[in-house]
Write a protein that binds this ligand. Structure first.
Ligand code: COA
Length: 170
């Protein structure tokens, strides 16, 4: 299963992705905007553990962003339980080598269309740290609406931040 973008594709995980995942993910400029569970430093072992958790996805909801034949980032939706089961969370990052080329807004649009077509969901949500203007632009360019700001809801690198909640409804 692949989703084709203009200069990239979204594809399934392969065990051979570990070296590229470790290389591109081991960057504090990426870690600084993600959950603390994102490894930093990002070791080969961490890459292998993550990939092993994604090799047999059913349904497929987490994609490698491949550019010029190599993993360059990750995008996916995480399903939630209970009353939130029709509203998964979107997450993504791309190697700093490729920032500013408009790749992620395209990737977000592809995943949103895929998820609305293939899953019994009504909405996709994304939460952005208050200091992450790049990611807010990505979501706005992909058609998400800023629905609210949760004041001082995040601590990252010892700094308290607002959380900006974005959504797109089917
Ligand atoms: C946020 C992120 C996904 C953006 O992806 P991208 O493919 O570079 O997105 P775009 O090319 O559309 O750039 C987004 C905006 O940031 C700006 N931007 C990109 N690179 C930049 C840079 N190095 N410095 C300043 N601004 C930059 C772009 O100009 C664009 O704004 P514009 O549309 O007003 O021109 C990427 O920077 C990233 O992976 N960041 C770290 C992880 C992260 O933040 N994940 C999201 C968590 S919610």
């Amino acid at each position: 299963m692949e989703l084709q973008g203009q200069c990239f594709k979204l594809r399934e995980w392969r065990s051979g992705d570990a070296a590229a995942l470790q290389k591109h993910a081991d960057n504090t400029n990426i870690f600084d905007f993600l959950f603390d569970r994102f490894p930093s430093p990002y070791t080969t072992e961490a890459a292998e553990t993550f990939i092993n958790s994604k090799l047999a996805q059913d349904p497929m909801c987490n994609f490698v962003i491949e550019i010029e034949g190599e993993l360059a980032g990750v995008i996916g939706v995480d399903f939630r339980e209970d009353i939130y089961r029709k509203s998964p969370l979107l997450g993504y990052w791309i190697s700093e080598m490729y920032w500013g080329r408009g790749i992620m807004p395209q990737a977000v649009k592809l995943v949103v269309a895929y998820a609305f077509s293939n899953f019994d969901i009504v909405r996709i949500q994304a939460s952005v740290n208050g200091n992450n203007n790049r990611s807010m632009r990505v979501l706005e360019k992909a058609g998400f609406v800023k629905e609210g700001i949760l004041k001082s809801n995040i601590i990252k690198n010892g700094i308290i931040l607002d959380e900006h909640v974005y959504g797109i409804v089917k």
